[in-house]
Every structure is written in structure tokens, then in C-alpha cells.
Design a protein around this ligand. Structure first.
Ligand code: SF4
Length: 439
């Protein structure tokens, strides 16, 4: 039986595999970790990283910070500050750099927080009509951290950066008052870091809400700690708890985050998938397309084929969000479309449930459908205004190599409404059922 052991930046010297790195590489990890959180664990170190291929190994790049994630200016400022600044000035420098990195993309803190009976429901987001996100306070960490993570502010100790909810009761009351909400997504961090006893406090009250049809749990535990469902001492209790969701007549969707096929090639990861499917969970897979980690047609086609073989349903190919080290991880929209199409064309029909390339942003989730003569054909899969979902529209690039929606401009006036920003929605408060959402 494997025992979970995690390492943070202060325990870097205790990671035996890092003896392979030189002094400069170790210094880079230390400097970049001043801005972005770092955490790894014994399973990732021993099973997922091919140490003969470091630093280019995809899981090493996924888990260990590297110099290029910072701009040269920020890197130099930190390196100098670390040696020459007093503690307070150095902490202020770190804070300022973090603020400059758009820590809350897609308005995730300022917008979409629902109100109920005059109270703001902290730690929840209700952006799309049918689905509400809930951030349990006990799950604001992960078994290891990803370098590209758009939720990185959840893991750094900065006042006002974190979204979290301690109580499930306000959510239950909100769901009862708004029976058209069919889906709850428990997210974080990673809800699967919670013990079954704590998870039960969040999960079981939801099973009593008749109108709720789907409970989704966003997790990377199948990749970073699959022992959770196979050999951990509480795994039976956990699987029994999760089994209660299907027994209550609801759909349990595990929104599994896999960045590379090596993550589900271990026997324990495959057994974890098997055990979850046995208790009635459907596993849907999603990941962003990342430079230096998975930006190859073959990686995606292999990933989707193996996922389908293991009984998972490919769901999304995202593009890295406009936060943190997006400049390092993002491919151009053109390359992303090429990789998505190439991978889809290599696979059978059951892999083609994967939607992509998709940008998740303030007003909705937008899918890139085609590029022809520098005209970008797009559609929103989800939109804050559901009347705009699934209608195609066109854009043109603002620069040579657009990488994100902000790099696109409205093609002509017919499509103006697709380019409305969140401020427009703030002015025209959206009504969901009988609850007025104050975005
Ligand atoms: S597992 Fe998910 S939430 Fe956690 S660090 Fe990775 S991307 Fe972020």
C-alpha cells in the first residue's frame, strides 16, 4: 500500500530525484515558486515523470515551475529582491507581480456570485442557467499543483484571492428556490483531497434536493493520486459514499483532468477508473492544450483513444486561460485548431465527443470552428445569455497570431452582441427564474 507524501517548496532538498538537476535549475524552481504555488508528491515523482527526459518530460513541465513561466523582468526582479530586499519590500514585490498576472480571469471573483434572500453566497458561482459551481473550503488544495493552473490564486496566501464556501446549507436552499438548476459542480482545488467523512457533509445534503439531476466533481486525483480509489485506507468508505449518488437517482460525473496519456498508463490509475465506473460514475475527461506538455496531434489522439478504451468520455480540449503564465503555455488559435482537427481525424467516432479548441472566459465558453482567409468562425457552447449559445459568428484577428478571444475583433456589425463584455451584462442584470442574479 502506498502512503501519500507531498513536498512543497521548502522540502525541495528532500526530493531525491532532484539530485539530477543542476544548481541553476534548482534556483529557477525556487524563484518561480515565489509567484506560483508548488507541490508534488511521491506518486508523481515515482510513476509519472521520466527522469531520464528531464527537463523536457511533459509531467515534469506540468508539475515543476520553470524559468520561462515568468517574464525576464519579473524573474530578474525576484532574483535581485530575494538577495537584496528586506522582507516587507520583497513580499510587496511578490504581491504586485501576482496582481499583474490577472489572478482572476473570467471575472471569477467579481462576477457570477449568486445572492439569496439578500445574502451574497460566497464560494459559489452561478454563471450558466442550469449549473452552479461550489468551492468547498476543505478542498482548496490538490494532490500536486499544475504549473499552468488558472486557479493558482486559490493556493497562494493572498487576502481576497480565494473563493470558498464552508457550509452546504445555503446552496441547498438556493437550489430548492431555483429548481431549474439541474447540475452542481463541486470544484476547487480538488474535492477529492477531502476525507470521505468531510466530503459526505457536502454531498449527502445535495442528494435530498429532488430537482437536482447531476452532481459533477472536478478532480485530478485519478492522475495525481489514484490510490485514493484503490489502496487508501478509506477507499471503501469513499466508494460507498460516491455510490450513493447513483443510488439516489442522480448522475455522478467525475470531471477528470488528464493532460497526457502517461497519466493513465499506470495499473493503479486504471484500477481507480474501473472502481469509479463500478459504482455508477461516468468519467468525462478534459484538459487544456499546452505548449511543451501536450501540443502534439498524436498525444491527443492517443489520449482520447485510451480514455475511450478505459470507459471514459472525452469532453473538452481547452485553451489555457488569460492568467498566470499563459504567454508560455498558449499556442496560437491556428495551431490549436490544427492539433484538434488532426487528433480528431485520427480517431474513431467515440473519441469525437471532445469539444475543442474551447476558450472559457467571462461571458461563456467559445469554440473555434474554423479559420478561412483570416476569418475566425466561432460559436459559444455556453453563454451568460443562453440565447446566444450555439449560434455561429465571425471574427478577425487583431494581431498576426491570435491566441485568445481578446486577440479577436468583431468581423462585422451583425456579430456585435457576441463581443459584449461582462460589463454589458452587469448593466443589464440577468434574471434566472425567480432569483435576480447580481453579477
Ligand atoms: S489539479 Fe486542477 S486545480 Fe489543482 S493545480 Fe492542477 S489544474 Fe489547478
Amino acid at each position: 500500500m502506498s502512503k501519500f507524501k507531498s513536498y512543497n517548496i521548502n522540502q525541495l532538498d528532500k526530493i531525491p530525484q532532484l539530485m539530477l538537476l543542476d544548481h541553476r535549475q534548482m534556483e529557477d524552481i525556487r524563484i518561480v515558486s515565489e509567484i506560483y504555488p508548488f507541490k508534488t508528491n511521491n506518486y508523481v515523482l515515482e510513476n509519472l515523470i521520466n527522469w531520464t527526459n528531464v527537463p523536457d518530460d511533459p509531467i515534469f513541465r506540468l508539475n515543476f515551475p520553470h524559468k520561462e513561466m515568468l517574464t525576464e523582468l519579473h524573474y530578474d526582479q525576484l532574483k535581485w529582491g530575494m538577495r537584496n530586499m528586506d522582507e516587507v519590500s520583497y513580499r510587496n514585490l511578490i504581491h504586485d507581480i501576482r496582481l499583474s498576472l490577472n489572478p482572476h480571469p473570467a471575472g471569477q471573483v467579481d462576477h457570477n456570485t449568486p445572492y439569496f434572500l439578500g445574502e451574497k453566497l460566497e464560494g459559489m458561482q452561478h454563471k450558466y442557467r442550469n449549473t452552479i459551481l461550489f468551492f468547498p473550503s476543505h478542498s482548496q488544495t490538490c494532490h500536486a499543483y499544475c504549473t499552468f493552473c488558472f486557479r493558482w490564486p486559490q493556493f497562494v496566501n493572498e487576502p481576497g484571492f480565494k473563493m470558498q464556501a464552508k457550509e452546504i446549507d445555503p446552496l441547498v436552499a438556493y437550489l430548492r428556490a431555483n429548481p431549474y438548476i439541474s447540475d452542481v459542480l463541486l470544484t476547487g482545488g480538488d474535492p477529492m483531497v477531502m476525507s470521505p467523512r468531510i466530503l459526505a457533509n457536502y454531498l449527502l445534503p445535495l442528494l435530498e434536493v429532488k430537482s437536482l439531476k447531476v452532481i459533477r466533481i472536478g478532480t485530478k486525483s485519478l492522475s495525481y493520486w489514484p490510490h485514493k480509489f484503490v489502496t487508501d485506507p478509506e477507499k471503501d468508505e469513499l466508494l460507498q459514499l460516491l455510490g450513493k449518488v447513483s443510488a439516489a437517482g442522480k448522475h455522478l460525473a467525475i470531471m477528470a483532468h488528464f493532460n497526457h496519456y502517461v497519466e493513465f498508463e499506470t495499473a493503479v490509475a486504471q484500477e481507480a477508473i474501473f472502481n469509479l465506473r463500478k459504482i455508477g460514475a461516468e468519467i468525462r475527461t478534459q484538459a487544456p492544450l499546452l505548449r511543451n506538455i501536450n501540443n502534439k496531434v498524436r498525444i491527443w489522439s492517443t489520449m482520447w483513444e485510451r480514455q475511450v478504451q478505459l470507459g471514459c468520455v472525452p469532453y473538452y480540449m481547452f485553451l489555457p486561460r488569460d492568467t498566470g503564465a499563459q504567454h508560455y503555455f498558449a499556442e496560437s488559435l491556428e495551431t490549436a485548431l490544427h492539433i484538434y482537427r488532426g487528433a480528431v481525424q485520427l480517431t474513431g467516432g467515440l473519441c469525437r465527443t471532445a469539444r475543442g479548441p474551447v476558450m472559457s472566459m467571462t461571458t461563456g465558453k467559445v469554440e473555434l470552428l474554423d479559420i478561412e482567409d483570416d476569418v475566425y468562425q466561432l460559436r459559444f457552447l455556453q453563454h451568460r445569455n443562453s440565447a446566444l449559445a450555439f449560434k455561429t459568428f465571425r471574427a478577425r484577428g487583431r494581431n498576426e497570431q491570435p491566441k485568445w478571444f481578446d486577440d479577436l475583433a468583431c468581423h462585422d456589425e451583425r456579430y456585435r452582441e457576441f463581443f459584449a463584455d461582462q460589463d454589458d451584462y452587469d448593466r443589464n442584470e440577468v434574471q434566472y427564474g425567480n432569483i435576480s442574479l447580481q453579477l
